[in-house]
Design a protein around this ligand. Structure first.
Ligand SMILES: NC(=O)c1ccc[n+]([C@@H]2O[C@H](COP(=O)([O-])OP(=O)(O)OC[C@H]3O[C@@H](n4cnc5c(N)ncnc54)[C@H](OP(=O)(O)O)[C@@H]3O)[C@@H](O)[C@H]2O)c1
Length: 319
């Protein structure tokens, strides 16, 4: 069993703890909060057998923990990742992994020096349906990819964290990292940002961002938009020479459909119950990788996290 420690008892940490209940590979062995009562309440509600730590440092130093899941606001990921790595703790860091490519490089540098496992919690990439789409592409089911589109929008404009520049708010860092990961998964790594249009509020937070990317050789075009102001259809579409693939939805593939060029369904796969358990896959992948002595997760290698960070920097500089 991989003994996981949760660092930061917020909203996503609660969902993760619930998704891991009864898991056969992973157990929540510890929870840490800046406030003792908060950690105690969290443990009682979600993982009663976990040890309660007051202060993140104590969790990082504990011998009872094999992997720390960092679930703090975006601007704290770097500081918390470095603190854990210095204690030789394996880490799974929430998306966006860090605030810039410079921070990402620095985290991987420290991890490599200490032979510590590090992965980004880009949970979609660890799910079976995401891997199935990659398989369809490898098997040439839709031929060469030509166009990719994806959007992701939730009506979450009232969430305080998303309205705070200090905590790394805004729609792109919250949701755009998923559409960018979608682009990299299905357009390939050799892509660049060609256009960005962001609507900003006075604090500098982007509430809606639309952006385009293209492959370096110009053969694939991608269009993406994200918003924190409305529930959009959240669809991702990959159009190839011989057909297309629709992913519903972009950050949690509930259903994938393979179609001919004239829209006849060739194959459709529903995630079923797995849709609700999506978060467990990333933790199971960490358990498998650590057992094998790896310091990267094969489904989400460091090169992908670095490329996402590079694109994040480009998009944000063009807003
Ligand atoms: N994978 C997903 O589906 C998903 C979904 C939502 C969010 N996320 C990511 O997960 C991270 C956390 O998001 P969340 O929605 O869980 O946030 P949240 O509910 O605000 O929780 C964040 C936690 O971080 C800790 N924290 C440390 N310093 C803080 C500070 N200065 N201000 C506020 N909180 C602070 C707090 O824990 P303590 O008080 O216990 O110390 C807080 O409960 C973000 O990076 C976000 O992008 C991922």
């Amino acid at each position: 069993m991989l003994r996981v420690g949760i660092l930061g008892c917020g909203g996503i940490a609660a969902k993760i703890a619930d998704a891991l209940k009864g898991n056969k590979k992973v157990v929540i062995a510890g929870v840490a909060s800046r406030e003792r009562n908060k950690a105690k309440k969290f443990a009682a509600a979600h993982c009663p057998d976990a040890t309660v730590f007051t202060g993140y440092e104590k969790l990082a130093a504990s011998d009872e923990i094999d992997l720390i899941y960092i679930a703090t606001p975006n601007t704290y990921h770097y500081e918390h990742a470095i603190m854990c790595i210095k204690e030789y703790k394996n880490i799974l860091v929430e998306k966006p992994f860090a605030m810039s490519k410079a921070e990402v490089d620095s985290i991987f540098f420290e991890a490599k020096n200490r032979n510590v496992f590090v992965a980004e919690a880009m949970w979609t990439s660890y799910t079976p349906l995401h891997k199935k789409v990659l398989e369809w592409l490898d098997e040439g089911k839709i031929g060469a990819v030509k166009y990719v589109t994806a959007n992701l929008g939730y009506d979450i404009s009232n969430v305080a964290r998303l309205n705070s520049p200090v905590l790394g708010g805004g729609s792109y860092l919250d949701l755009g990292v998923y559409t960018t990961n979608f682009a990299l998964s299905f357009m390939g790594d050799d892509i660049k940002v060609s256009r960005v249009f962001a609507r900003q509020i006075s604090s500098g937070i982007d509430r809606d961002t639309s952006y385009s990317m293209e492959s370096e050789d110009g053969s694939i075009l991608g269009n993406f938009y994200v918003t924190m102001c409305a529930n959009t259809d959240k669809m991702g579409v990959i159009v190839g020479e011989k057909g297309k693939i629709i992913a519903d939805n972009v950050n949690n593939f509930r259903k994938i459909t393979l179609l001919t060029t004239d829209d006849k369904i060739v194959e459709e796969i529903d995630a079923g119950e797995d849709y609700l358990l999506g978060y467990a896959h990333e933790f199971e992948a960490c358990a498998d990788a650590i057992k094998k002595g790896l310091i990267q997760a094969p489904d989400m290698p460091w090169s992908r996290t670095i490329k996402i960070a590079q694109i994040n920097d480009a998009v944000r500089s063009m807003m």
